[in-house]
Design a protein around this ligand. Structure first.
Ligand SMILES: [Zn+2]
Length: 483
């Protein structure tokens, strides 16, 4: 911690001190003053019914319980500009991201590679990615591209001189690793006719066949706070490693706890009505294997629809409140972005896998497909057309001494924890499902244990050695922006 007197002088001079673990201070180059703008762009569909992503069988939503948004934050100084966008969506494919980035870049001059666009992973938003039996809504996909680009432009246009700070607090109470390992000698079926899985995802309450959760949770709530120079809140970007909450009533679209958090945060900071509205944002960390259901209980708590997402949002708001008042702000910070692609292998089905899948599918005329074996058989036929490698985009952003690094995967919590621990920057958080969609990213050991997240489908198709390569590249990009 820098003494307050020194800090105020430093801020006025537009320089930043970086403190290493051993307490040594590094003087960073002078930066020009920060400008920031934020805008919550409405992306609620204009037409219903509309397909909803996130289930094995498709759901057609007939209305909206609450509004969906693309929440946009733009940061700029005279050297660099960047945008961070969090969309109420389950997952957004690369084609939509690329088009939105290009449109936004053309409107604002922010380089396309300096734009991070992520999905919250709410399971009650319109389908823009083909997974299981939900197909993308083409009209909504085009609408989403335009809306994201316009949202970034509106955030950029209303940018003002700003100050920025960050912090973190632990809130473990809402997180449970959902992958449970079998008791000694027990195995579970997969949907491909095998029975070698040692792990069951969401085993249910009081399941006598499972022993304990097999992975960790990351309790950290990270917070990036942006204010006008005189201290009026402009935006707060939070980050938490929780899959989603759910608990909607019927076939509707909803922004889940991510939307609840944004709304309640605005109330909490009492930003007032002068000037642009405050934008709360909740991004998803690394939650591929972590949800909000405590299967170590005998029975789950009874909740009304939407009640649990409110409980989770409020719990995190209270956690954020513990650090919000202590955040140290800077008028000028280094802004750096590294955007990269790596090539990763695909688990393309074998000729034998394909033959088995086609045989299964030929035995039924029922649509929609019923049961996991048939759903995964169809996924097998679709994956058989995939190339043997795909390009996966990773991105690191540095804001002062804070690092933000993203992957386009449903990333496991242990990956996020490792990246935070090994990051060269004093504070780091991860945003998953950003800048594209490449399915689950189980570490090699989790692939060996099996379970839902490893089952080959469009929701899980990267090679079993992908995670170490992604992890290493995330760290490489962080080292590059930290330099
Ligand atoms: Zn998921």
């Amino acid at each position: 911690m820098v003494a307050t007197g020194i800090r105020s002088t430093i801020v006025r001079l537009g320089i930043l001190l970086l403190m290493a673990d051993d307490g040594s201070l590094t003087l960073l180059a002078a930066e020009s003053p920060l400008q920031a703008g934020a805008f919550a762009q409405d992306i609620t569909p204009l037409e219903f019914p509309i397909s909803v992503n996130g289930n094995m069988a498709d759901v057609q939503a007939t209305g909206a319980h609450d509004r969906l948004h693309a929440r946009c934050l733009v940061l700029a100084n005279s050297e660099t500009s960047l945008a961070i966008v969090v969309c109420d969506s389950c997952m957004i494919p690369r084609e939509i991201i690329d088009a939105a980035r290009q449109q936004a870049a053309a409107k604002t001059g922010i380089p396309a590679g300096n734009i991070l666009i992520s999905a919250t992973h709410a399971h009650s938003c319109p389908t823009v990615t083909g997974v299981f039996q939900s197909d993308p809504d083409q009209k909504y996909s085009q609408f989403l591209i335009t809306r994201i680009a316009e949202g970034i432009d509106l955030a950029y246009r209303q940018r003002v001189p700003a100050r920025i700070g960050w912090g973190a607090v632990d809130e473990p109470s809402q997180l449970f690793n959902r992958r449970w390992v079998a008791k000694e000698g027990e195995t579970f079926e997969d949907p491909f006719g095998g029975r070698t899985d040692r792990v069951k995802m969401n085993p249910g309450y009081s399941n006598p066949l499972v022993d304990r959760p097999v992975g960790a949770v990351d309790p950290q709530v990270s917070v990036l706070s942006v204010q006008t120079r005189d201290g009026r809140p402009l935006a707060l970007l939070a980050n938490y490693s929780l899959h989603y909450v759910g608990g909607v009533s019927g076939a509707v679209v909803s922004a889940d706890y991510f939307g609840e958090f944004a709304m309640r945060m605005a109330r909490q900071v009492q930003a007032g009505n002068a000037g642009p509205s405050f934008v709360g944002m909740m991004s998803n960390g690394t939650s591929g294997d972590v949800n909000n259901v405590n299967f170590s209980l005998k029975v789950g708590p009874k909740r009304e629809p939407y009640e649990q997402m409110g409980v989770v949002a409020e719990t995190i708001i209270q956690a954020v409140s513990k650090v919000y008042g202590e955040i140290q702000y800077f008028d000028s910070v280094p802004l750096r972005v590294q955007d990269a692609e790596i090539e990763l292998g695909v688990r393309v089905p074998s000729a034998e896998d394909l033959e088995r899948a086609n045989k299964l599918l030929s035995e039924t005329n029922d649509r929609p497909l019923k049961g996991m074996p048939l759903v995964y058989a169809r996924e097998t036929t679709l994956l058989a057309k995939y190339p043997s490698t795909v390009k996966v985009r990773l991105q690191a952003i540095r804001i002062g001494s804070l690092g933000i690094v993203s992957s386009p995967c449903e990333t496991f919590t242990e990956t996020g924890l490792a990246v935070k621990k090994e990051s060269p920057l004093p504070r780091t958080f991860t945003i998953e499902l950003a800048n594209g969609y490449n399915g689950y990213l189980p570490p090699p050991e989790q692939h060996r244990l099996g379970g839902y997240e490893t089952w080959r489908a469009r929701s899980s198709y990267l090679a079993a050695d992908a995670e170490p390569k992604v992890r290493e590249t995330m760290l490489k990009l962080l080292r590059a922006v930290a330099e």
